[in-house]
Design a protein around this ligand. Structure first.
Ligand SMILES: Nc1nc2c(c(=O)[nH]1)N[C@H]1C(S)=C(S)[C@@H](COP(=O)(O)O)O[C@H]1N2
Ligand SMILES: [Mo]
Length: 158
């Protein structure tokens, strides 16, 4: 986990340097109870976390899709998040409270790619919380469906 933390931190430092020269592309803000303070992460920092792919049906279609992203628990561990839940906010101001235990009970990912193509703002991106719903029957439930936040923008650790 320390190695990944370095990867995220160096991505952030690079970002700090670039910010002076040009407009940066922050796609995820992580705030709240974090040992290292709030983090503003760009695609490069997020993609420095170990990639994980999930093949699953989605809440919005019956077809199986392939989602690639990073494990939510890897990000939260790297930032040393200390809390019992995470409030996820989307670009359309959708807000949902997710228990931290979900990320340890299941390999929940934050996807940046679907079927090998980067997710975009006009189609559920740039980030989409994806549960491995086909691997766990209990996840095939409305209680979990509403935690699949698309257009994810911010995580607040509480
Ligand atoms: N950004 C965003 N994510 C969201 C929602 C939303 O309105 N905005 N709706 C949630 C709910 S209530 C469900 S059931 C699933 C599927 O919603 P959809 O059918 O509207 O895509 O996505 C969840 N993620
Ligand atoms: Mo819903």
């Amino acid at each position: 986990m320390q190695i990944h933390a370095h990867a995220v931190v160096s991505g952030l430092m690079l970002l700090g340097t670039m910010a002076m020269a040009e407009q940066t592309d922050i796609i995820l803000d992580v705030t709240g109870q974090i040992e290292d303070g709030p983090a503003a992460l760009d695609r490069e920092a997020l993609q420095s976390l170990p990639p994980v792919t999930i093949e699953t049906t989605t809440v919005v279609t019956d077809n199986v899709h392939s989602f690639t992203g990073f494990l939510m628990r890897d990000l939260l561990e790297d930032l040393d998040a200390q809390g019992t839940h995470v409030v996820a906010t989307a670009l359309n101001d959708y807000v949902v409270d997710i228990p931290m235990s979900d990320f340890y009970d299941y390999g929940v990912i934050v996807a940046y790619e679907m079927n090998g193509v980067a997710l975009t703002r006009d189609d559920k991106g740039p980030l989409w919380i994806v549960y491995p719903r086909d691997d766990h029957k209990e996840l095939q439930d409305i209680r979990y469906d509403y935690r699949w936040v698309w257009q994810l923008d911010r995580l607040d650790v509480r």
